[in-house]
Design a protein around this ligand. Structure first.
Ligand SMILES: Cc1cc2nc3c(=O)[nH]c(=O)nc-3n(C[C@H](O)[C@H](O)[C@H](O)COP(=O)(O)OP(=O)(O)OC[C@H]3O[C@@H](n4cnc5c(N)ncnc54)[C@H](O)[C@@H]3O)c2cc1C
Length: 349
């Protein structure tokens, strides 16, 4: 898909940095476009939707999923254009200073300024290396746990020994009817306390085992049984399952837009304190940046997003103020505030 409308600013990447930046660009009345390579916004938080995040200022402990939902809702406040499933592979600036962005699909987009918020790249779960496994992804082969409840009273097989595999086993133990974990090694990743908890629970831990076969039902639509092989003795065991969860890690697909000749250090874009890169009109925020005061937290990405939005505003309108009016006194929220205050009042009555 192409879009020949020229936006004030295009944000490449719809993770926490891109989403908060889009909100703040709205506070600066910038015509904003977010382009995200994945089908869903949220970035790396998709790797930990059920984990509880404590260190985002002012938020009560929230699951990754809640945090993503709230970030997306906040990003939509000023109705930016949002394009998903579109991986940007090429950005160039023409002689008039206009940026032309090209996607892998052939889609072309134009923008007066660009903010790169691509994090560490595009996250892909390491897939199971068994022929035909992909056809079960629509039914009962999972690479992440989005909702523990969907496994209630099921026989669940977890393959992997990382942090998430251990956490999922512990979380599913009281929900599923049976949880089996197969792992190639005797040692598990993750917190010692969590590994201990798993080993002392009713989780059936099998090492050194690897998933070696999947047997579908008669229709071939869902996995009914799995074959696991002992890597020392080569003996196999077969188990009936309702669901298989694979946690073999993630791969990051990362290509820094090389044609741009950005100044980088260890695959991070060097920015100054205003999130400016060495290319005029091109800014960056979030995990992709490097600077002296770098804070590797979602909270750090938010600060960088606000700075990048302010810098874009001043780049496009050199007379504009250095920052937006704080939200509590910002006229852009006047109408929305009336509605919120009316709702609060009706709850108090
Ligand atoms: C397991 C785990 C737990 C964590 N827990 C916490 C925590 O408790 N607290 C905390 O503060 N931080 C935590 N973090 C770190 C936090 O998730 C990151 O700092 C944050 O996600 C960075 O946001 P970002 O938007 O810069 O990058 P990302 O979240 O990586 O988002 C980048 C987005 O850009 C997209 N993208 C990449 N390339 C392209 C392209 N070419 N075109 C279009 N789109 C593209 C990607 O698909 C992705 O959606 C954790 C990280 C992990 C891995």
């Amino acid at each position: 898909m192409s879009d020949f409308h020229i936006h004030d600013v295009t944000i490449i990447g719809g993770g926490p940095a891109g989403l908060y930046t889009a909100f703040y660009c709205g506070m600066r009345a910038l015509d904003t476009h977010i382009i995200e390579a994945q089908p869903d916004l949220g970035g790396k938080i998709h790797a930990y939707p059920e984990k509880i995040v404590w260190d985002v200022g002012g938020l009560p402990p929230s699951s990754g999923k809640q945090l993503m939902d709230q970030l997306v809702a906040q990003a939509e406040t000023f109705h930016p254009a949002i394009t998903t499933n579109e991986k940007i592979i090429h950005v160039e600036k023409d002689e008039t200073g206009l940026f032309r962005l090209e996607a892998e699909t052939g889609g072309i987009y134009y923008s007066r300024a660009v903010i790169i918020a691509v994090g560490h790249g595009i996250l892909h779960a390491q897939k199971l290396d068994i022929e035909g496994a992909e056809k079960f992804e629509l039914s009962n082969l999972h690479y992440t746990v989005q909702q523990l409840e969907r496994f209630r009273d099921q026989k669940v097989m977890i393959s992997g020994g990382g942090n998430s595999a251990v956490d999922w086993a512990n979380a599913l133990c009281p929900i599923a009817s049976e949880v089996t974990v197969v792992h190639r090694r005797d040692e598990f990743g993750g917190h010692e306390r969590h590994v201990q908890e798993m080993k002392e629970s009713e989780v059936n831990v099998q090492t050194p085992f690897a998933l070696s076969g999947l047997h579908g039902n008669d229709e071939g639509t869902a996995i009914e049984r799995v074959l696991c092989t002992n890597l020392e003795t080569n003996e196999s065991m077969e188990k009936e399952v309702d669901a298989v969860i694979v946690n073999h890690g993630f791969q990051m697909e990362f290509e820094l837009l090389e044609n741009l000749q950005l100044q980088t250090e260890e695959n991070k874009i060097l920015v100054n304190e205003q999130m400016r890169t060495n290319i005029e009109g091109l800014f960056a925020a979030g995990d992709i940046t490097n600077h002296q005061g770098k804070v590797h937290l979602i909270a750090g990405a938010f600060v960088e997003g606000a700075s990048a939005a302010n810098s874009v505003k001043q780049f496009l309108e050199p007379g504009a103020g250095a920052k937006a009016m704080v939200s509590s006194h910002n006229e852009r929220f006047a109408e929305k505030n009336q509605e919120i205050q009316k709702n609060l009042l009706s709850k108090q009555l």
